[in-house]
Design a protein around this ligand. Structure first.
Ligand SMILES: [Zn+2]
Length: 261
């Protein structure tokens, strides 16, 4: 297995060495290696819980009560996790001056926690680190709201305007954040190299980004354990675990950069 990966890792490293604008796109596979459950996998949170649609959350007090009850229960799945070698490899790419940005489907803040510059991380599905007032836009750290919940608040409301408060994540049925989606599209168009890590590319419009990049002339590298529907378009396809492959890939890049100087 390991030796089979050597050739594609070397090819991918060559592509990265000769480029400057590398866009890394990360999905659930990167988070699961930090111990965060994949929401869509069997036994995942959404097979235990029926997802609460955005419209239902906004219109029903009962749904908000249920949503916060779940949020209180699952909070520590997100709060207590640590970055893994995949996140750290992305930080290394930034240090090497190769990284244009990270586009992530993950909501766990682990790229930033690993040391990626926050302004280089585009969170397509929002972040579980904050709670927003849907009325006035006030923002609280999620940790602070956890205290409210543990003190007995069942449904938090904004202490400024009384508005509905919601996790800053993108819910089922909720529109994608406009600014982040536009930015991600633009960066994908301009990318010289587009690396997909740990995403099966099934959730749109996020899954559209690699095609935007490819059609705009980028080299496409896909690193995923399972097949993706874009494998046939990949210039380099590496089947493996995100952390393991990314770590080896970045080490190879560093070696090549070193020998070139
Ligand atoms: Zn408010």
């Amino acid at each position: 297995m390991t030796s089979q990966m050597e050739i594609p890792i070397n090819q991918a490293a060559d592509i990265i060495v000769s480029a400057r604008k590398v866009v890394v796109f990360t999905g659930a596979g990167v988070s699961t290696e930090s111990g965060i459950p994949d929401f869509r996998s069997p036994g995942g949170i959404w097979t235990k819980y029926q997802p609460i649609l955005f419209q239902d959350f906004m219109s029903s007090e009962e749904m908000r009560r249920e949503s916060w009850r779940r949020g209180k229960e699952t909070y520590h799945l997100f709060a207590d996790v640590e970055p893994n070698p995949a996140h750290r490899a992305v930080v290394e790419l930034e240090r090497l001056g190769k990284l244009d940005c990270v586009i992530t489907q993950n909501i766990d803040n682990l790229h930033q926690k690993a040391g990626s510059s926050p302004d280089l991380v585009i969170e397509l599905h929002g972040t579980a680190m904050y709670v927003l007032c849907m009325e006035c836009g006030k923002r609280w750290p999620r940790a602070e709201i956890q205290k409210w919940l543990e003190e007995g608040v069942e449904i938090p409301y904004c202490d400024e305007c009384g508005g509905i408060m919601k996790s800053a994540t993108v819910s089922f049925g909720q529109a994608m954040p406009e600014k982040e989606t536009m930015e991600a599209q633009l960066r994908s168009q301009r990318a010289e190299v587009f690396i997909v890590v740990g995403s099966s590319l099934v959730v749109y419009p996020a899954a559209h980004m690699p095609m935007v990049a490819k059609q705009s002339g980028a080299k496409l590298i896909i690193i995923n354990l399972a097949e993706t529907s874009f494998d046939m378009y990949a210039d380099v396809l590496i089947r493996g675990k995100a952390g393991d492959v990314m770590q080896r890939l970045v080490e190879r890049v560093k070696t090549k950069v070193g020998t070139k100087r």
